[in-house]
Design a protein around this ligand. Structure first.
Ligand SMILES: Nc1ncnc2c1ncn2[C@@H]1O[C@H](COP(=O)(O)OP(=O)(O)O)[C@@H](O)[C@H]1O
Ligand SMILES: [Mg+2]
Length: 341
């Protein structure tokens, strides 16, 4: 059936895993100057995935205007209280923009605010996940300089790809990288010159349709070309699924659904979706935990960040439950959600 989604080949499998600096959390910045690409949703899913594998996670919300991640976590805390369930919570800090009028004073203020939030997070947590706004702000630029890994979610559309590069409409050749790509590229050069750890930049495609559409193939071609040109890795992304929108109100992620009694019951579609999240986390190739943490109550996770660099075979495994069957199962998910209320 042409309808089933096959993940794009993933160059990340050739990468070696980043080393962990003892006593210092690995900073993962979720960055894309376009709103609505799934940064906040992805940030919480990765956070919960890492926590369910035993990692201590801190989250920062630099998108004070929208505050999606902060709201998501408020909803999660409220759900935990309301239902009396035990779900992992990250150490969360919102970092608002400066209210000072004068530009250089405001920038200094923001630098101080960011450092005040990041320093303790980096010392206390194994991973620090920084959610950024969908626009070019001073705070966001500063955060990018802290990134050990940078994850850019991209909606599967040429409108979103424009964030990364100008593309020739006839030949689909990359004409030139965008301002954002240039900025990231420069940032990596600076870090390399300063002897810092190289920034691992991963682009993931989000809201992939289950259909093998021409747009999807064209996007694959261009993203692959661009990845070689400006040096990012491509992670197999997340499919378009209604469940992502539905989980927000209860502050839940797909990773929580398998815990007995939490949220809607698992459907095959959820299992496939959860596997996509696990695959994404594995593709990030984050450094292993410093010490072995106690195992969680989860039954045999599909992948763990502690595992050595995923093999080509492991990455290339097609999913047994095709997201192509998403639509009918979403009905079940919606009912399940309502039943829990
Ligand atoms: N894979 C997905 N499938 C369906 N909806 C998604 C998916 N990822 C994100 N969304 C939805 O898209 C909207 C924007 O997501 P959000 O995480 O807030 O993006 P950003 O932080 O980049 O602005 C939200 O309504 C969210 O529920
Ligand atoms: Mg957001």
């Amino acid at each position: 059936m042409s309808g089933s989604f096959q993940p794009a080949p993933n160059p990340s499998i050739a990468q070696t895993q980043a080393a962990r600096t003892p006593g210092r959390g690995h900073v993962l910045v979720i960055g894309n100057e376009k709103g609505g690409s799934g940064k906040s949703t992805t940030a919480l899913h990765i956070a919960v995935s890492l926590m369910s594998d035993g990692a201590k996670v801190a989250t920062l919300d630099l998108d004070a205007r929208q505050g999606t991640l902060s709201r998501y976590l408020e909803n999660r805390a409220a759900y935990i209280k309301r239902k009396g369930v035990d779900l992992p919570m990250p150490i969360h800090t919102p970092v608002p923009i400066s209210t000072l009028n004068e530009r250089s004073a405001a920038e200094a203020d923001e630098r101080a605010r960011l450092e005040a939030a990041l320093e303790p997070a980096v010392s206390a947590a194994d991973f620090v996940i920084v959610d950024t706004p969908g626009s070019d702000t001073h705070l966001s630029r500063l955060a990018h300089t802290w990134a050990d890994s940078l994850l850019t979610p991209l909606n599967d559309s040429f409108i979103d790809l424009d964030l990364l590069a100008r593309v020739d409409p006839d030949t689909l050749k990359v004409v030139r990288p965008s301002i954002y790509s240039e900025a990231v590229w420069k940032q990596r050069q600076i870090r390399a010159v300063q002897g810092g750890r190289p920034v691992d930049w991963i682009v993931m495609r989000n809201r992939l349709s289950a259909l093998a559409a021409r747009n999807k193939r064209d996007m694959s071609t261009v993203i692959e070309a661009l990845s070689r040109r400006i040096g990012f890795r491509v992670a197999a992304g997340l499919s378009e699924r209604v469940i992502y929108k539905e989980l927000f109100l209860n502050g839940l992620t797909l990773l929580d659904l398998k815990r007995g009694g939490t949220g809607p019951s698992l459907t095959l579609s959820h299992v496939a979706a959860r596997q996509e999240v696990r695959d994404l986390v594995a593709a990030l190739n984050l450094p292993p935990l410093a010490t072995e943490s106690a195992p969680t109550d989860e039954p045999a996770p599909e992948t763990t960040p502690e595992a050595p660099s995923p093999s080509a075979e492991a990455e290339a495994q097609p999913q047994s439950e095709s997201p192509a069957e998403d639509a009918p199962e979403m009905e079940v998910a919606t009912e399940g959600l309502r039943r829990t209320e």
